[in-house]
Design a protein around this ligand. Structure first.
Ligand SMILES: Cc1ncc(COP(=O)(O)O)c(C=O)c1O
Length: 392
């Protein structure tokens, strides 16, 4: 029987040996074999990339991490999935697996700030050149590609500025040129959009966010196509990336309700936006909610839903009063790592934005990021209403 992903997420990972609804947390460095022959035969299977129920050494993981990989493989509809100790680890694993000295990486200007730093600072040390393109222009991306381009790296939507790109066009262009493609899919998750199915080679998700969903774990996942599997496997093997069994267990626990949470984040966000659009002090909302907008059309083309993260622009001559708005919120926490069950707010200073070549905020405009959680939206609206009075 073909099951919906919603059902699959509830059923996966049961432990019928312990007769438990959830997998055991297997903390292991040593993995025992009955004989040397069994050990060698098992190692052969591992090196051929065969599906195994356990590894030969704990650095590769345990049954708990294998259970999570199996769940994610189905959710992402990918060839394989690698697990890292943070989402940023998955960014590094993706890039470092495919780029080599002399290569160029063509990268969207709107990526997460640490990803900007990794490409400008670390890759430079290895003679890998990062070339930035305007996320609002596919033509610009095409013009930036050269014979040396090894990887096109996209984040969709853009960090803090929420630009949506025509992902299908990027993938088919890259395929024609024989260039690898990577995407940071943390905002939508594979529940709303499946990059590997569309043709991306590498799909990064910070599992710290919606996959775990409870703001209590750091983890990253990298789903891959068959084309890059061996490269990623090799780099992963030699770099020692690994997720602990305890953290994998927490991600499994969170991911069971991914569908319910994601749908609710979307529903709550649309309710908040309906109210925000009526507020004079809010001049722009960065989220796919307006059917006539370019970003909405591009979102609709590839996604089945939207998450709880959005940007708002407040017009004011007083930055300190906008800070006061954030400070006065009682239900929205001030902090990072959205994707949990609760609401958050933050003012986007350069510390969040990094260097942007194609985005400039207008004078007296302030860009803020809100994460809409699973609270009652009437309460969230009252909170926003009170705090907005602080904006001068
Ligand atoms: C879009 C995006 N990608 C990757 C990361 C990195 O994830 P982590 O914090 O789990 O390292 C973040 C973290 O905020 C993010 O926003």
């Amino acid at each position: 029987m073909k099951k919906s992903i919603k059902t699959f997420l509830k059923l996966a990972g049961k432990d019928m040996i312990a007769r438990s609804a959830n997998p055991a947390i297997v903390r292991a460095s040593t993995i025992y074999f009955k004989t040397m022959q069994e050990m060698r035969n098992h190692q052969k299977k591992i090196s051929k990339g065969k599906n195994v129920a356990h590894w030969d050494y704990g650095r590769q993981g345990s049954q708990t991490t294998i259970q999570l990989q199996n769940i994610l493989k189905e959710l992402e509809q990918s060839y394989s999935v690698f697990l890292t100790q943070t989402g940023f680890g998955a960014v590094a694993l993706a890039i470092m697996s495919v780029c080599r000295p002399g290569d160029e990486i063509v990268i969207s200007d709107c990526v997460y700030r640490p990803t900007q730093k990794l490409t400008t600072q670390l890759l430079k040390e290895f003679n890998i050149n990062a070339i930035w393109y305007d996320p609002n222009s596919f033509e610009d991306l095409k013009n930036k590609v050269t014979k040396k381009t090894k990887l096109i790296y996209v984040e969709n939507p853009g960090s803090n500025t929420f630009e949506f790109q025509d992902l299908g066009k990027i993938v088919s262009f890259a395929k024609k040129k024989n260039i690898f493609t990577a995407i940071d899919n943390t905002w939508g998750t594979a529940y709303f959009f499946k990059p590997i199915k569309l043709g991306f080679d590498l799909s990064i998700t910070s599992a710290t966010k919606y996959y775990s969903g409870h703001s209590d774990v750091m983890a990253g996942t990298l789903a891959v196509s068959k084309k890059v599997y061996k490269k990623v496997w090799w780099y992963n093997h030699l770099s020692g990336y690994r997720l602990s069994a305890d953290d994998a267990y927490l991600v499994i626990r969170g991911i069971r309700t991914l569908d319910l949470r994601m749908n609710k984040h979307h529903e709550n966000t649309l309710k908040i936006i309906k109210w925000l659009t009526k507020q004079k002090k809010i001049s722009e909302i960065l989220y796919p909610y307006k059917p006539s907008s370019k970003n909405y059309k591009l979102w609709k083309k590839y996604y089945t839903g939207a998450s709880g993260l959005l940007g708002i622009v407040i017009k004011s001559k007083s930055k300190s009063s906008v800070y006061k708005f954030i400070n006065s919120l009682k239900l929205f926490g001030i902090g990072y790592s959205w994707g949990g069950y609760s609401s958050l707010g933050v003012y986007n200073d350069p510390v969040e934005m990094g260097d942007r070549r194609f985005f400039k905020i207008k004078k007296n405009n302030h860009l803020l990021r809100l994460h809409i959680g699973l609270e009652d939206t009437n309460d969230l609206i009252s909170d926003l209403k009170n705090a907005l009075k602080k904006v001068k």
